[in-house]
Design a protein around this ligand. Sequence first.
Ligand SMILES: [Zn+2]
Length: 286
Amino acid sequence: MRLLFIILFSFTYCYVSAQERFDSLNIIDSQLVDNTDSIVAIDSIISFYDISKSFGYQNWETQEIIYKNDSIISLYDSVPIVLIDSIKSEKYTHPFQGEITSHFGYRRYRQHYGIDIDLITGDSVKAAFDGKIRVTKYSRGYGKLVVIRHKNGLETAYAHLSKILVDSNDCVKSGDIIGLGGNTGRSTGSHLHFEVRYLGRAMDPESIIDFDKAELLDDNILICDKHFDYLQRIANDKNAKFHYVKSGDNLTRIARRYNTRISKLCYYNGINQNAILQIGQKLRVR
Ligand SMILES: [Zn+2]
């Protein structure tokens, strides 16, 4: 009985939350019809926090680099997002146009949560969309970092800067220079590490931006589970187990020892079943 109540309550809450979210977005939209100027004006109508709350953000925290996602809305299958509304003169600006030196993705058991763009220290780095500066700080990994929350529901992060030119709570327009590129933090060589996040979860910037053309793929996107597939891989990796190849080992023997299949060993390690194993080689077995 209690379980039934919880299920019923959750369903009702989800439905109402979603309805409120879209209602409040509509309110914002209708209020903005005659207001095409600036985000500062938007703030005078309805607080920026209210806007971001409508996407499921529960707080405005200027010290936490990554928004801690505890929102029930994040469990939705898909969320339509209007990245830019050209009727309201919104635009996208490419943060910095340069060669991509590393893509978003998973390599050697580590996730790269952004995309790296080559630049020269001192190059101008620009805000991608209108928004409000949430974080400006130095961290060991990111170096000098700026995080912006946008009124389209996304957050973008700009790392390894040599100089930060904005403060937390500043409102910015797409194209405003927020800092200068650099090589601070865990970085080898000057570059911009650029992240796109939704409710704290990183997504591939190339799923919304064409980095060759320096423009959006589309004005709208539908955020859904596939943007966060990699999280499952990370979760699986936390349970990973490894074996160091010893003299006399072969795939059959290792598979039997760890109660797994040769095909799985091949999949985990990117090898084929005829691969010659080297003594001391590290193999993932689970
Ligand atoms: Zn990077």
